[in-house]
Ligand binder design. Structure first.
Ligand code: MF3
Ligand code: CO
Ligand code: CO
Length: 257
């Protein structure tokens, strides 16, 4: 999400982080489950509907549904869609597409926010490279997190790697604090300067969710008010984890068991 937030950065207790871990694990399991549906001929709405059913069955709620007027339970962003694509019955996956599925179940009051980009059938070499580099961007961003470091360390690590591979980093959407609230402080840009920005402290919980483009980083918002697309119509990929800053480094909260 992209809105500047002025809230204080909250530090979570061990107990709260344990709840975030449970929500995060559920989110990761949901993506594992939905991945099995990613095939040519499937609509993004069918994936949404299965996500909603699976989430409810586990006593959780889909955070996106009704969030600021969003009408579906997950975001599905295909090819040149950067993020916040709205699942639709008329959008049918075809061989060679890439699709980011972004899920956020709320379990016991806490949000687990994670996304991955999947291949539909066989990807082009370029799509494969973009998706692999984007995943590596997420892990390099995570590796830059340690208590005493700065928020800017994360974006610098991601930007250097993405641009070094000839791709660009989306500016209009950033990672965010997440806990009982879906989107809060801090703002976590996926570009920036090492040593700049707020200090990272043990107990901070936020997402890192780089959106990496094949061409320009510039984005356009479609008239539906949600779907963000690349200005040049070229591909965009994204991976997201929710993480906690720990006493000696970082813990990924959105991992399967
Ligand atoms: N899960 C998205 C994120 O990573 C936010 C989706 S908001 C929605 O922040 F309303 F579009 F669902
Ligand atoms: Co998300
Ligand atoms: Co997020």
């Amino acid at each position: 999400m992209g809105k500047e937030k002025k809230e204080r950065i909250v530090l979570l207790s061990k107990r709260e982080i344990a709840k975030m871990r449970r929500a995060g694990r559920l989110a990761a399991e949901l993506l594992d489950h939905l991945e099995k549906m990613v095939k040519p001929g499937v609509s993004t709405l069918a994936i949404n509907d299965e996500a909603e059913r699976w989430t409810k069955e586990r006593g959780a709620k889909s955070a996106p549904l009704g969030y600021l007027g969003f009408s579906k339970s997950i975001c599905t962003s295909v090819n040149h869609v950067i993020c916040h694509g709205i699942p639709n019955a008329k959008e049918i996956l075809k061989d060679g597409d890439i699709i980011n599925i972004d899920v956020t179940p709320i379990l016991d009051g806490f949000h687990g926010d994670t996304s991955r980009t999947f291949f539909v059938g066989t990807p082009s070499p370029l799509a494969k490279k973009l998706v692999e580099i984007t995943k590596e961007c997420l892990y390099r961003g995570i590796a830059a997190v340690k208590p005493g470091g700065k928020i800017g360390d994360i974006g610098a690590a991601i930007q250097e790697y993405a641009e070094g591979e000839g791709f660009s980093v989306v500016r209009d959407f950033v990672g965010h604090g997440v806990s009982r609230v879906f989107h809060t402080a801090p703002h976590v840009p996926h570009y920036g300067t090492r040593g700049k920005g707020k200090r990272l402290r043990s107990g901070m919980v936020f997402t890192i969710e780089p959106m990496i483009n094949e061409g320009t980083y510039e984005a356009l918002l479609l008239p539906d008010g949600w779907t963000a697309v690349t200005k040049d119509g070229k591909l965009s990929a994204q991976f997201e984890h929710t993480i906690a800053v720990t006493q000696d480094g970082v813990e990924i909260l959105t991992l399967r068991d």
